[in-house]
Design a protein around this ligand. Structure first.
Ligand SMILES: Cc1cc2nc3c(=O)[nH]c(=O)nc-3n(C[C@H](O)[C@H](O)[C@H](O)COP(=O)(O)OP(=O)(O)OC[C@H]3O[C@@H](n4cnc5c(N)ncnc54)[C@H](O)[C@@H]3O)c2cc1C
Length: 377
């Protein structure tokens, strides 16, 4: 009997898990990988798209290219998850699993921030990044705010990166002098696990005249008066608002009854949920890491090893460390790196690697290695 695995979501976590199980079991595997979209794109490609560095079509990785022994990709929207029965319903049928892995990521609730849809922009959806590609070139005078509206949010460096890349864009167009840039984030420093990375980012903001507002959230926009209203009720005028919207699990996950306090709780060591045979990995969980692709990928590695140990009778893998490298765009084509470890020690730690062209090359390599491994491209 082949092991029937159903993987919900073909993002960072789902793609890596499917690849690892296919490599280990080949045709001995019966894995269905479900996603409502027809293509994957890296989170960081949204920054490339919004600033016109890459065309939207150039960053799409179509799922039809997945060709792995034992793996079948289906483009279907998941409409119900029964974790007790390990049964999945989609808009096209249903699936029963021996092992179920929920890797559905985080969705957004744009309407949770009054005024955001009517009077602002966001760059966390692909559609939002595509729209900004048209909007940013029209901004050449006035006040820009990059603002976080709620926690948790994906890729904590991304707001800082957006502010620095906006500075480059305005400078290249010769309009930087006529514009102000402010960055509003809910933490005391940009990357809490890494004081060194944070120090370098704060220095980069200061060098570029970017106003940094820590420990604040943007609660609402008033489009008529063009002001952002912060959580301490203070107001900031804006002409261009680049927002990070409120995150939440996809509706189908809420309806499944798997969540506590909004996210799926898992055993930190092995990503098991409280339902036998059901794992959850990545942004959809409250495992205790930041929400970023590298951590979803690391969780997939532990789950793959755990599934293989169960069926092959080997040892269970070492506990999940929640560790990974995040690349940070500093502008001027330079990229820094922070190696973060969330779960090994009593508190998260992060080592900083100074921005350089070499690390920009390493980030490219990070993307192209995944593209080759997951899609054969
Ligand atoms: C601007 C930006 C920059 C980023 N930069 C980085 C970076 O440099 N490095 C990094 O590691 N991370 C980065 N991230 C974060 C990264 O993109 C996510 O954390 C990562 O994709 C999470 O992986 P995941 O597998 O948990 O979920 P996802 O990759 O989000 O995958 C979830 C999948 O589930 C599917 N899905 C959801 N609901 C349904 C449904 N009902 N039916 C069918 N399918 C469904 C979705 O279509 C999606 O493909 C960035 C994010 C943003 C927004």
């Amino acid at each position: 009997m082949k092991l029937r695995v159903v993987v919900l979501g073909a993002g960072f976590g789902g793609l890596e898990l499917s690849t690892l199980l296919s490599e280990a079991l080949g045709e001995g595997l019966d894995l269905t990988l479900l996603d409502r979209n027809d293509a994957f794109f890296f989170g960081f490609s949204k920054l490339d798209v919004m600033f016109g560095r890459k065309a939207p079509d150039a960053v799409r990785l179509p799922y039809r290219n997945i060709a792995k022994p034992g793996v079948r990709f289906r483009q279907e929207a998941i409409t119900a998850i029964d974790p007790e029965a390990r049964r999945i319903t989609t808009d096209q049928g249903s699936y029963d699993a021996d092992v179920l892995v929920v890797a559905l990521g985080a969705d957004y609730d744009l309407s949770a921030t009054p005024g955001l849809i009517e009077g602002g922009n966001e760059f966390y959806t692909f559609a939002g990044a595509e729209r900004l590609r048209e909007v940013i070139p029209t901004f050449s005078r006035g006040r820009a705010i990059v603002g976080v509206t709620s926690t948790p949010f994906k890729c904590p460096p991304a707001p800082s990166e957006a502010a620095l890349l906006l500075h480059d864009d305005l400078t290249a167009r010769g309009v930087r002098e006529a514009c102000e840039i402010s960055l509003v984030i809910p933490f005391g420093i940009p990357i809490p696990p890494s004081p060194a990375t944070s120090k370098a980012l704060i220095a980069a903001f200061a060098e570029r005249g970017i106003t940094f507002l820590p420990n604040r959230l943007v609660r609402a926009l008033d489009p008529a008066r063009r002001v952002a209203i912060l959580d301490d009720k203070s107001e900031m005028p804006y002409d261009l608002f680049l927002g990070i919207p409120k995150h939440r699990v996809p509706e189908v996950v809420t309806a499944s009854g798997m969540t506590t306090d909004g996210w799926i709780p898992v055993d930190r060591k092995n990503l098991k949920t409280r339902f036998p045979g059901v794992y959850a990995i990545g942004d959809v969980t409250s495992v205790g890491t930041a929400k970023a692709g590298v951590f979803s990928e690391g969780a997939a590695r532990v789950v793959a090893a755990s599934i293989l140990a169960d069926i092959q009778g080997g040892e269970q893998p070492p506990a999940y460390k929640g560790a990974g490298s995040c690349y940070v765009e500093f502008g001027a084509e330079r990229v820094g790196r922070v190696d973060v470890d969330f779960l090994s020690g009593p508190s998260p730690t992060g080592s900083f690697f100074t921005p350089s062209l070499a690390l920009a090359g390493e980030k490219q390599q990070f993307g192209s290695s995944r593209r080759a491994r997951w899609f054969g491209l």
